[in-house]
Ligand binder design. Structure first.
Ligand SMILES: Nc1ncnc2c1ncn2[C@@H]1O[C@H](COP(=O)(O)OP(=O)(O)OP(=O)(O)O)[C@@H](O)[C@H]1O
Ligand SMILES: Cc1ncc(CO)c(N)n1
Length: 274
């Protein structure tokens, strides 16, 4: 059994953050361990409170895991402050564990999950030691300081991200104005690139899509798939989770973490090599 770790915030509503990650890990048959960076009081309607954990205690959690387990992949989600990011980066830099960075910044309702002062720390400390970074369009704009309107802008943003040292950048198209498809764009440092497309599902139940996608990616990398295989399989996982969404709560409901195990053979992802 492979052991993987998520370093992220707790979502009391269970659809995003640590909770989404653990549900995804369990479904994908890896043993999930956690480093909690913040508690959120949150449901499908929004975030009503954030309580950050002291960086020293974040360090203690991560050190406890590294002292005991052989960890095959780590992901980060909500990191909140530069103090937490520095602490994590310093420890992970001394390992050779693949690191997947989901640069979580704001919740669907607009509440901030990352302080403004922490953005530079992601760019300068975390991305240089990361294997994969998975921004959505607004996150890619913030990390690069440039607006994204066209496919050419996406490529430019990816080049900017790859210049930090990260091996692979996935720019997720969930926020693009395409009513037909959900397309994600993948770029590797060696110049290889591809995009992957699935039908866009018309639903408001997309709470935690980014967390769930990056958790699935982490599980598949931890299981030893190639990065490309892991990315495509994670896209299937999130597509099925959105397709069979759960109408729970009264706002943006969670996705269905059970769906992949039931339906994985039925999900087609169209790949465009470039
Ligand atoms: N309506 C949809 N139908 C199908 N796939 C979608 C839909 N919305 C998002 N996706 C896919 O879900 C994944 C996550 O993308 P998205 O851009 O929503 O992430 P995010 O904004 O980081 O999510 P979060 O709300 O958790 O922060 C991507 O693979 C994206 O293409
Ligand atoms: C704790 C947490 N992490 C990430 C997200 C983004 O989906 C969220 N809403 N809450």
């Amino acid at each position: 059994m492979q052991v993987v770790t998520t370093i992220a915030g707790s979502d009391s509503g269970g659809g995003a953050g640590i909770q989404a990650d653990l549900k995804t890990f369990q479904e994908l048959k890896v043993f999930g361990t956690t480093v909690i960076t913040a508690l959120t009081a949150q449901n499908t309607r929004g975030v009503s409170g954030v309580l950050p954990i002291e960086a020293a205690f974040v360090k203690q959690q991560l050190q406890a895991l590294l002292d005991d387990f052989s960890i095959s992949a780590v992901k980060t989600g909500m990191l909140f402050s530069s103090a937490i990011i520095h602490t994590i980066a310093q420890i992970i830099a001394d390992t050779n564990i693949p690191l997947i960075v989901d640069p979580v910044m704001i919740a669907k309702g607009g509440e901030s999950l990352l302080q403004q002062e922490a953005i530079d720390a992601i760019i300068h400390y975390l991305l240089p030691i990361a294997t994969i970074v998975t921004p959505n369009i607004p996150e890619a704009e913030t990390l690069t300081g440039k607006k994204i309107n066209t496919i050419a802008d996406i490529k430019k943003a990816a080049d900017h991200l790859l210049a930090t040292g990260v091996h692979c950048a996935i720019i997720k198209g969930g926020h693009l104005a395409d009513a037909t498809n959900a397309t994600d764009y993948v770029f590797f440092k060696n110049g290889q690139a591809f995009s992957m497309q699935t039908p866009r599902i018309a639903t408001k139940n997309t709470h935690g899509t980014g967390c769930t996608f990056s958790a699935a990616l982490t599980a598949f990398v931890g299981r030893g798939l190639t990065i490309k295989e892991a990315i495509i399989e994670a896209k299937k996982f999130i597509q099925l989770a959105i397709t069979h969404d759960l109408a729970l709560g009264h706002g943006h409901g969670p996705t269905n973490h059970f769906a992949y195990q039931n339906d994985k053979k039925s999900c087609e992802v169209t790949i465009y090599e470039s």
